[in-house]
Design a protein around this ligand. Sequence first.
Ligand SMILES: [Cu+2]
Length: 321
Amino acid sequence: MPSQKSQTKIMLRTTVIASLLSVATAHQNFHQFWVDGVSPGYQVGIRMPLSNSPVTDVSSNDIVCNVNGTKVPSGVATVATKEGSEIKVQWDQSTHPGPITHMLYGPVDDASQATGIGAGWTKIDEQDYVDGKWANEIMSAVNMTHTFTLPNGLASGEYLLRSEMLALHAAQTLGGAQFYIGCAQLKITGTGSTNCSPKITLPGAYKASDSNIYIPNFYNGFNAQSYKAPGGAVATCAAGSGGSNPQPAPTSTAGPISTAAPQTTLTTKVSTTASSVPTSSPGGVALYGQCGGTGYSGETSCVSGAKCAKQNDYYSQCVPA
Ligand SMILES: [Cu+2]
């Protein structure tokens, strides 16, 4: 029978392990997103990191798309959307105080081949500390989700969407801030002809000693209300009028003015991802609905005025005839 002393030792050790575990489970990943209310599925379209641990070295390539996130080809599906679309991201539950930020990298020909390392990033969304709550608390109240819109005026092409939750609970120590990062791959149809600006270089834009990363007085007089997440201002993009959800912010006049009709599409390049229900009607599949592809067994004719066009082996879609 173990002595009183060794029992105490065992209990102590168990307590230490339990508390380490609870710290580990407090970590978080970006695990799902929705485009105009439709999700391609859990972890689909996202370069999932090897673990839910944070990146703390802001000068490493891991700051781009998390550990393993710059590996190409990525083997991850690219999800189709359009400028002005509403993107909802969902993260694992988090009690770590801090902001959420979204950046785009592109356009590129093939998002699955883009490492994201370098100067091609622009910030398109940021939530910091609002009405006494950090972004993670605000998200916690809505099932750990955060919603924003893609800017209008984007050039058509493929992009990386970088979601970052910066945890500041250890930011009072140099190198203590914890960056949780996940990158999704999007194919965006846009009306712009130029990129958004200003550009952000990753790694490079963040320094460990930046005043929004290293906050010595975080628990002692720090004013969260004036806090702004790293990466600078939210970008402006070339003007365009294609989206059905106009963005108030962009003011640039660099792009051509288009009168293209609003489009609603959500397609994925990989067969394992289809979770959207095809919209069928007596006259055929609705405009932009699915009408074919490997594994598809629904209606294959489109409503009048639309034709079924093959996007890839896995997806055919009704488009204007
Ligand atoms: Cu954690």
